[in-house]
Design a binder for this molecule. Structure first.
Ligand code: COA
Ligand code: ZN
Length: 311
């Protein structure tokens, strides 16, 4: 049976957080609806951060509300702390994507706390969620930024990533995200780290979040697929970056990643042609942003050659 790969659109958060042009809520909704219609089942629609810090997310409440009306869509949002998590619970999101960094320097720059403080906050959020009635309780994702390297500290210890992933799962994470926030990873590092993390905490989904900063995004995704990763973050047209990672423009392009999955014999449930068409919304709303991606230029082959892994 064909194995399914879940691709989560994170462009409305990871992409828009560095875009200065404020995209109107109606256009964000058009983007969300069009991607869902193309087969994307989960969308990270915003961040619960102070609007003063990132004005792009000032419409979070309305956006979440309207997204929740789309039957079948998993609506998630990034939260950097307890306040964000409480807001997510109030608004009824399906999943809270908690984020902290593996490296101290990046964590301090991004969320103004030490890694130990972020870990404590995660434990408190997990405890807070245990008191929320089951049918209203969002899933809790534990995201680890800078898992493959850091612009501030350089190398990041694989052992430390593994340790933090284990601590997050012990604390109650329903899934783990390993993020190559600044594009330092390569396929061998990806294979080795995911092998170790899946072996240790693979009872929960482990998601790969790659940036294409140095052109290795898809190579890294292929290595993660070979390691057994079945969930990925990506963005339409590769929109994205990180405010604290200079030059880190561009997540993995979701249309190209869907194509990669198909060629490797996996199904994504995504209609790639329809997904590519959604780029028109971005082109219209963000005329000054670079839209990346190869499939949008070359088109799909008449028939996608699907070759499953060699046993
Ligand atoms: N949502 C909305 N408001 C929030 C908030 C949240 N999640 N967390 C804190 N605030 C408010 C506080 O209520 C306080 O408001 P006040 O000044 O009116 O009293 C103010 O923000 C400062 O609160 P504090 O707890 O001191 O936060 P901080 O200034 O130390 O900032 C973070 C900490 C985590 C909120 C901030 O660094 C942040 O949002 N970081 C995320 C950045 C990001 O999105 N990076 C990219 C994603 S990887
Ligand atoms: Zn990212």
């Amino acid at each position: 049976m064909t194995q399914h790969i879940t691709l989560r659109e994170v462009g409305l958060r990871d992409g828009l957080q560095i875009v200065k042009t404020i995209v109107p809520t109606a256009a964000k909704m058009e983007w969300i609806r069009a991607e869902y219609a193309a087969g994307v089942q989960e969308i990270e629609v915003c961040s619960f951060v102070p609007p003063k810090l990132i004005p792009q997310f000032a419409d979070s409440a309305e956006l979440v509300n309207r997204s929740l009306s789309i039957q079948g869509l998993t609506v998630s949002a990034l939260v950097p702390n307890m306040k964000g998590a409480q807001r997510g619970v109030e608004l009824g999101v399906h999943k809270l994507n908690y984020v902290m960094s593996v490296s101290e320097g990046h964590n301090l720059a991004n969320v103004r706390r030490t890694v130990a403080e972020s870990l404590d906050d995660f434990r408190n959020i997990a405890a807070m969620l245990r008191d929320v009635p089951g049918d209203q309780r969002p899933l809790l994702s534990g995201g680890l930024s800078t898992s493959f390297g850091c612009t501030i500290e350089g190398l990041v210890s694989e052992d430390r990533v593994l340790e933090l992933a284990e601590l997050l799962v012990q604390a109650g994470a329903d899934e783990i995200v390993l993020a190559d926030t600044v594009g330092h990873g390569g396929p061998h590092a990806v294979r080795r780290l995911f092998d170790r993390v899946l072996a240790s905490v693979g009872k929960v989904p482990v998601i790969a979040h790659f940036h294409d900063t140095r052109g290795l995004g898809l190579a890294n995704a292929a290595a993660a697929l070979d390691a057994g990763v079945r969930h990925f973050d990506a963005t339409l047209a590769g929109l994205g970056g990180c405010p604290h990672a200079p030059g880190a423009t561009g997540n993995v392009v979701i249309e190209d990643l869907a194509y990669l999955c198909e060629t490797m014999g996996y199904s994504t449930g995504i209609d790639i042609t329809r997904l590519v068409a959604v780029r028109q919304i971005l082109a219209r709303e963000l005329p000054n942003e670079k839209l990346s991606g190869a499939i949008a230029i070359a088109g799909l082959p008449r028939r996608i050659p699907q070759v499953t892994a060699v046993a």
